[in-house]
Design a binder for this molecule. Structure first.
Ligand code: SF4
Length: 199
């Protein structure tokens, strides 16, 4: 783990218009972020995933020599790849990016309680900063893949998986410990909805 002096974290608080700003006090969140050990820059953005938002991140990485960033915005399922690429474009290893979900986990679930939403958002940002502090740069490896698959278990799920893989053009090895395949299905006389079970 890098020592405290090595860490220069930037925190970007997205207000997502009223989506976040309607229930989270974003200016206060920025001030809280600034007070966290290792955070050397924090700012609020209108739509951080937009081109101006991303440009602001790239500019801050260069200006403040950031070596980790935390984006407090929506779920990472939506924009984590966006911010990883944005960091990479600014010369930062894309795996030195953390997110805090202050939209779904705070503003959306505490719409009627701004104080609670803001307090929870602050906790999430603190947690994300701590995670970011412990991150190390990662390198994506390119591995050679042997285009064949091993399916263990010759029940209906295994048979279907083997067929699907074969349809995609892969060589498939289907392994079954009993003398016949079919699993529990092979013991049934009829099944819904056809009410037959040809053997
Ligand atoms: S990054 Fe997420 S929270 Fe921010 S504007 Fe885009 S969609 Fe909204």
């Amino acid at each position: 783990m890098p020592t405290t002096g090595d860490v220069r974290i930037g925190v970007f608080v997205c207000d997502c218009g009223m989506n976040i700003a309607g229930s989270v006090d974003c200016p206060s969140l920025v001030e809280i972020a600034k007070s966290i050990d290792g955070v050397v820059h924090a700012e609020q953005n209108r739509y951080t995933c937009s081109q101006p938002g991303q440009e602001s991140i790239r500019k801050a990485i260069a200006e403040h020599k950031l070596n980790r960033i935390v984006v407090a915005a929506c779920t990472p399922r939506i924009h984590e790849p966006t911010f990883r690429k944005c960091a990479a474009d600014a010369g930062l290893n894309p795996y030195l990016v953390e997110m805090a979900n202050i939209r779904e986990h705070c503003s959306w679930v505490h719409q009627d309680d701004k104080a609670a939403a803001t307090m929870k958002a602050a906790d999430l940002v603190r947690s994300s900063v701590e995670r970011a502090r412990r991150l190390s740069p990662q390198k994506e490896a390119a591995l050679k893949v042997h285009p064949a698959a091993l399916v263990v278990g010759g029940g209906i799920a295994g048979i279907q998986a083997a067929l699907d893989l074969a349809d995609q053009g892969h060589k498939v090895y289907l392994v079954e410990k009993s003398p016949t395949i079919g699993g529990l299905m092979a013991r049934l006389a009829k099944t819904y909805p056809t009410m037959d079970c040809p053997t």
